[in-house]
Ligand binder design. Sequence first.
Ligand code: ZN
Length: 999
Amino acid sequence: MSGRIDWNSIESKWIERWEKQRIFESDPDSSREKYFVTVAYPYPNSPQHIGHGRTYTLADVHARYMRMKGYNVLFPMGFHYTGTPILGMSRRVAANDAELIETFHRIYKLSDDVIATFVEPVKIASYFHHEIKRGMKEMGYSIDWRREFTTIDRVYSKFISWQFRTLRKKGLIVQGSHPVGWCPRDQNPVSQHDTIGDVEPDFNEYTIIKFKSGGGGDDDLIILPVATLRPETLFGVTNLWVNPQLDYVQAQVDGQTWIISKEAARKLEFLNHKVEIIKTLKGSEMIGWKATNPLNKASVPVYPASFVEADSGTGIVMSVPAHAPYDYHALEALKSDKKLQQMFHISFDDDKVSPIKIIESEAYSSGIPAAEEIEQVGALAQSNNNNNNNNNDGKRLEKATSNLYSHEFYKGRMMQNTGRFAGLAVAVAKNEIKQDLLKSGSAETMYELVNKPVKCRCGAECVVKLLSDQWFLNYGDREWKQRAHECLSNMDILPQDIRQEFDYVIDWLRERACARKSGLGTKLPWDKEWIVESLSDSVIYMAYYVIAKYVNSKAISDDNDNISDAFFDYVLLGSGSADQVAKECKLATYAVEQIRNEFSYFYPVDSRHSGRDLVPNHLTFFIFNHVAIFDKKNWPRQIVVNGSVLMEGKKMSKSLGNIIPLRAAIREYGADTIRLAILVSAEILQDADFSFDTVRGIRLKLLGIFEMAEKWRNMSQQATEEEEHLHHHQQQRLLMLEDRWLVSRLQRTIAETTASLDRLRIREAIYHTLYSLDRDLQWYLKRATARKHQNITGMLAEFLNIQIRMLAPFAPFTAEEVWELMNNRQSITKAGWPVVEEEKIDIVAEESEFLISGLLADIQNIVKVTKITPTKVVIYTTAAWKTQVYKAILANILEGRVNFGQIMKLLIANPETAKVKSDPKMVQKMIEDILSTPLEARNRRLSLTEFNEIITIQDAQSLLSDEINKTQIAVYSEEDPAKYDPKMRAHAARPFKPAIYIQ
Ligand SMILES: [Zn+2]
């Protein structure tokens, strides 16, 4: 049967049975401790692929594990319809976007009829909603589907309105002008969910400094603005840079005459500047102009530089060669380029432009900091043997720039040539100079995307817009940040490495636009022109899973317009009275109380799962909003963050064509195989690599488990009733060494797997249950076969019983099927997680098998190296006195003494071990033996009181013979006067290291 296992029919059988038996439906149960696991709900604008599978599978493994440990686990799921992505997609369908339609055809296999309906955004959402839901069921996710909802459901909208009114009452929603990422086509703010490739638009605040110029003439009527992150270096400006090849415009900006790149003019408009373009000019026309530094009134020339980009800043750059590696590099290049100098009539004899150092710091004490840093980074790069020069120049300068910037920012002081700023720390001077310039009108603030280009899903390139009269969640509020930090510090963050990132994001977040003019979602309750955006209506919805159950069961009617804030205040915050709320909302008091009790039972969230890309937004907002709205006792307890999935080592992308829809993969390989293949390749924060080699390997492992279960079943069925009796009787017999060993190994593996799963070290846990246990079983079977120990039914049952239960969270379908095959009537979910039985840990058995497998490997090794075809193998076990010596050495080593002389002295001092005086080499070898033994085995050996090597080896004689070509095996004690020892090998025997003679 195994080769012909029909995975898909096994899957449908169990999906149906779980549903019928309501295995995953959880209600409050005061007799059991609850565990509430949630995972970021999906956006239904595409089917799920293997990459999505990771986050959900991890959460499911977690839920299943906790359920087997006896918790009353709630694992619900909803669908996030809100926002602009779905709207953008429907517009692209309406516009017949060829790329999108091709994706629908080729990857998602959608028919034209279905695609045609997608001009209506809700149709897209509902189509993929059901597609994703089917996929989740097929993957075996243990979800309580009674709590399903979408974010455009009416009661959900009421919940979001309540959330927003509550935040506003607390003063956490403000109206004002703030910069946001913006799509010029949609006229809407954009965040991660709205962009192609899911990138969060990230922007920086620059200072625009206005250099005045007479152009070709004498009157300083034209402003040449430069954008900088380092206004404090203004004292060191030697010249300005423009790119002679670029198109610039002369424009009226807020009534002043500016020259800037075309791109800069456009950006300034989005930042609410009034921009009117007068004429265009080439960069080359400005070369040779003079401009006045607004800080020290120095007159500096305009020089050409090709590194200046049109869409970076204003398109004009101030040159600070002493402190900016790019400027230093460009100035040196210009000085040595006579042709360029001639072309633009530049003479360095007159100008005498040389770097002006204005900041001092310990790292760059003597020379020009930019020059020193370039040299240092350059030397590093050269020692790394790179050969792509051009590219490396850019990288080197970039690296030098960031090194210099951060060093001077933290350690630098302004020098004597900076007037009243002399002696100030750079961090302080930076701000003072900026404020001075802003006050005198010589500077402006400008925001610029640092991770551009960022593309909106509609295809347009995003910009930064200064948005006026917009509603913002004030994540910049200091007290709010403090509470978020407090919550975080009490939370468990898995893996731990990511905690710092959360602290960083909490500090770094500022006002965030929380409403949009278009898209699906809930209207802002006090300003109906606005719709709450998708990363703001998805932060406390875990609480709504409690309510959704009652909406779905019609205890709360979907069109009950009487549901008011009082309802949510009572149910979620416990304020008010059930009677009052029931009356106001036209609900039964009993129902209101029941909902409140259910919320109190399941909240807080015990574990929140999500991908790493949601750390800078969703996961941190989740913390912020919980601490703003809920009592401390309902703050979340754990966040689990996972990395992404690569496909055969490559990033998944439409262009590579390596996106595999999850449902297609399940049909082809089976859900359990996919689950394991996604999880086994990496611990949670690392990128997992999905590969078809792994898929095949896992499939074989799962088949092996089926086969073992069938083997057991055949064996137990063959037994007649009489034999059955005998079988029971035989189970009472003294267990064989290998039986005791396997039972002991099972206990160890339970302990290891449990410890791994408690920290969600998934890869490790799979390794223990699937690979390590399998190796143990293979060894056991070898041993049993060699001794013709046929009645292993009981042992196999015990083994499978434990292995299958530990496999159940990872491979639920296989586990259920095998569990049933083994005559269990109940779902394995109810079988409980195996518990270590300490009394079954058997160190003598463990040591025996360790000794035998080591001995077998040694013999095989000798046979291989000497190329003898053995006719007889003689094994000599150690003399008793050596064992005492060994134990004395072992005790010393475990206490940290490994020095040979010291150990020797101690041994000789003790009459019981003094005999070693004549054989120091033996002591040396024992020390080496011990040092090459795993720590676990060292400890075990120290506590072994009665271990008889000769009996152990004799017990395994049949196995050794089988494994070495059926060769005759003889075992003697070194001390046996009648031993067969033609080559005098016996004396070399050491404890746990028998001597071997092969003939
Ligand atoms: Zn757009």
